[in-house]
Design a protein around this ligand. Structure first.
Ligand SMILES: C[S@@+](CC[C@H](N)C(=O)[O-])C[C@H]1O[C@@H](n2cnc3c(N)ncnc32)[C@H](O)[C@@H]1O
Length: 271
């Protein structure tokens, strides 16, 4: 069964505002892998579970045509409103039934998304639409992140861990795939040419306000908000206050570094 936790309009709009694109380090890994297997020009890329399009836009300079797909109408509407690239189209469709012809795709990506899909059905669909030598890249960041700011990093990270502990009861079991570094999904990929890259650590500078916004995009926060709206809103207010106090600043525009570990699965369909 796939999961549908990203349907709300307000969730989609925090998503559009606070989700960041794939880190450059991960993009380099994907495009180098692809470059070693496919010849240019690259034709079609499909970004599955594209959300509001952050992970789709990174494909724009490389492909003649890009299709971003997501099961959530609200997420796709946000993506369409944000983007006006001539080579990108968006479609509301499940990962397990993609609106794409057989053997037509050079690259399939899924950012922070493949763990929400029905793995078996999705991988069958991937095999149907990939060209021979076509590549897949499924990547995500791990939930355990650090916050860095001057000499306050340890205290800030402790607060972030406490937020995760508060949200732990609301974590979907699918997030276990992420915690295990996508091991099971990797095992299920039926191609001999495949790699699992772990511990890709990246530093993402952002204003504190964006980090607070990012917490609100997490599926577990959205579940908490639905079940315990007052407590969930209070968690955000309290967390912001605590982080500002530790940093010794009053503006949420103050820049911090979020240190995130990513995992990336890469594979190429045999000829
Ligand atoms: C955590 S978001 C990631 C969005 C985007 N790729 C990003 O990097 O910001 C996961 C997305 O997967 C979508 N999703 C979940 N199950 C799906 C399915 N079975 N088919 C297609 N999309 C799905 C959700 O609607 C959501 O937009």
């Amino acid at each position: 069964m796939s999961s549908r936790l990203f349907e709300g309009k307000s969730h989609a709009s925090v998503y559009q505002k606070y989700r960041f694109s794939a880190p450059q380090e991960v993009q380099d890994i994907i495009f180098n892998y692809m470059g070693e297997r496919l010849t240019k020009p690259y034709g079609l890329a499909v970004d599955v579970g594209c959300g509001t399009g952050q992970s789709t836009r990174i494909l724009v300079p490389y492909f003649q045509k890009i299709v971003g797909t997501d099961i959530s109408q609200a997420q796709i509407e946000e993506a369409r409103n944000a983007d006006h690239f001539p080579n990108v189209t968006y479609s509301v469709s499940p990962a397990e039934e993609l609106p794409v012809d057989d053997a037509s795709v050079d690259l399939i990506t899924a950012c922070a998304a493949v763990h929400w899909f029905d793995t078996e059905k999705f991988l069958k669909e991937v095999d149907r639409i990939l060209k021979p030598r076509g590549c897949l890249a499924f990547y995500t960041y791990l939930p355990d992140m650090e916050l860095h700011y001057k000499d306050r990093s340890e205290q800030l990270t402790k607060v972030v861990r406490e937020v995760h502990d508060t949200l732990a009861p609301y974590v979907s079991e699918r997030v276990n795939h992420v915690k295990s570094g996508y091991k099971d999904i990797f095992e299920a990929i039926p191609y001999a040419d495949k790699q699992r890259m772990e511990k890709i650590t990246v530093k993402i500078p952002m204003p504190l306000a964006d980090f607070i916004g990012l917490i609100q995009t997490f599926s577990m926060y959205q579940i908490y908000l639905k079940l315990e709206p007052e407590k969930a809103k209070d968690l955000i207010v309290t967390t912001e206050k605590r982080l500002l106090e530790i940093m010794g600043v009053s503006s949420t525009e103050t820049k911090i570094d979020a240190l995130m570990t990513n995992v990336c699965l890469l594979a190429s369909k045999p000829v």
